[in-house]
Design a binder for this molecule. Structure first.
Ligand SMILES: Nc1ncnc2c1ncn2[C@@H]1O[C@H](COP(=O)(O)OP(=O)(O)OP(=O)(O)O)[C@@H](O)[C@H]1O
Ligand SMILES: [Mg+2]
Length: 374
């Protein structure tokens, strides 16, 4: 069983509909119930800011600050983290809602938000992700990269360096500057970063697939089979230097085509995640709404188990409206599965009776109008 990482305190100031709120947590799961618009998802969003990035809504910071507040918001958390007890503060000052958010860990200003991953990993599943399999490929790519990122925090830097190199190439092509020495340098950089990204995705999917395979018999959810497509399909068993050479050669050979298109047409930025419902042998996009949801829940929980296995610490899980469409038996099975992951999960719903099967395993809070009561 991986070690538990658990929040013991969460304080919000001018965050969304909370002027100020403070929750004392005892390490068990956290159930948040209340009416629509009460502030349940907002609380989860606050916890999601304990991981790098812009949180589970990918919000602009200016939208997060409470309407009517002077400006800026802050989140403070105390937790039993991967390196022991830690205090984390993050937020935005009144004066600069457009810049990066501030982060303090144990009172010291952190250099980058990536330092958060030394203390905890946060994974989430929200209703906004329900259309993942039917929507655009960029959402699936982002989902995939978040899966990789929670195992390998370096993935973010590779992706942003690749983006930067690709933008330089696109700009040179756009300006008609086909100087081969300039372009080859950039393309070699794109090749080494792009192949590293693709291999990291492939490796994570391999591990996840193995784990899904192993737990197939015991999981109450359908199992997904997962493939990458759209970039270097089926080639990942070849040596990475060969793949890099091939991708660099492809880029070099397609400069005029890409100049005409106004963008780079081949690369890891075009990859897609293809999921199948394994038992039904059906592409996820063609499964029913309920089947797609079940696939997604199974996938996210399998990934949570993988993160626990590989880091030795169970991730904090944010499961927004997870129990909404499940019957009583499936709900109880889901709670057992979540509990069996060994970490702390935050769950929301409109009715606390839905969570009765959790019993003493959870702490229950009522959320109403931007206030929280145990
Ligand atoms: N910056 C902000 N300032 C003030 N209120 C905000 C801000 N951003 C969002 N809100 C409000 O916060 C309220 C609670 O939103 P939240 O998404 O947390 O509700 P919820 O409890 O999850 O509801 P549901 O059950 O419908 O999902 C909403 O009414 C929303 O309009
Ligand atoms: Mg909500």
């Amino acid at each position: 069983m991986p070690h538990k990482v658990a929040l013991t305190r969460l304080k919000l100031t001018d965050f969304r509909n909370y002027a100020s709120a403070s929750l004392a947590l005892d390490g068990r799961h956290v159930v948040l119930t209340g009416d629509n618009g009460a502030g349940k998802t907002n609380l989860m969003e606050a916890v999601s800011f304990l991981s790098p990035g812009r949180g589970l809504r990918r919000a602009a910071y200016g939208d997060i600050t409470r309407v009517g507040a002077a400006g800026g918001f802050s989140i403070f958390a105390e937790l039993d983290g991967m390196e022991g007890v830690v205090e984390i503060g993050t937020g935005i000052d009144a004066s600069d809602e457009t810049t990066a958010r501030r982060l303090r860990i144990n009172g010291t200003t952190a250099k980058t938000v990536d330092e958060l991953t030394d203390h905890l990993r946060v994974l989430w599943l929200t209703p906004a992700m329900d259309g993942l399999f039917t929507g655009g490929s960029s959402d699936r790519r982002r989902f995939l990269d978040r899966l990789v990122l929670s195992l390998d925090p370096e993935h973010a830097r590779r992706a942003s360096d690749f983006e930067r190199a690709m933008r330089s190439r696109n700009k040179l092509l756009d300006e008609g500057r086909f100087d081969p020495s300039w372009l080859s340098g950039i393309e070699e950089q794109m090749a080494s970063l792009g192949i590293a990204m693709a291999l990291a995705r492939q490796e994570m999917l391999g591990l996840l697939t193995r784990l899904i395979e192993e737990s197939r018999e015991t999981s109450p959810f359908p199992s997904a089979s997962l493939q990458l497509s759209g970039f270097m399909d089926g080639q990942f068993s070849r040596p990475s230097v060969d793949l890099e050479d091939e991708y660099a050669a492809t880029l070099a050979a397609n400069r005029y085509r890409d100049a005409g298109a106004g963008r780079t047409l081949e690369g890891p930025h075009r990859a897609d995640l293809i999921a199948h419902h394994r038992e039904k042998q059906m592409e996820a996009a063609r499964c029913s709404t309920g089947e797609q949801k079940a696939l997604l829940v199974g996938l996210v929980l399998a990934h949570a188990r993988l993160v626990g296995n590989l880091t030795g610490h169970a991730p904090v899980l944010l499961l927004d409206e997870i129990a909404a469409h499940l019957d009583e038996g499936r709900r109880a099975a889901l709670f057992d599965l979540i509990d069996g992951l060994g970490g702390q999960a935050f769950m929301t719903g409109t009715d606390c009776q839905m969570f009765a099967a959790l019993g003493e395993r959870a702490q229950f809070f009522t959320v109403a109008d931007g206030r929280v009561f145990e």
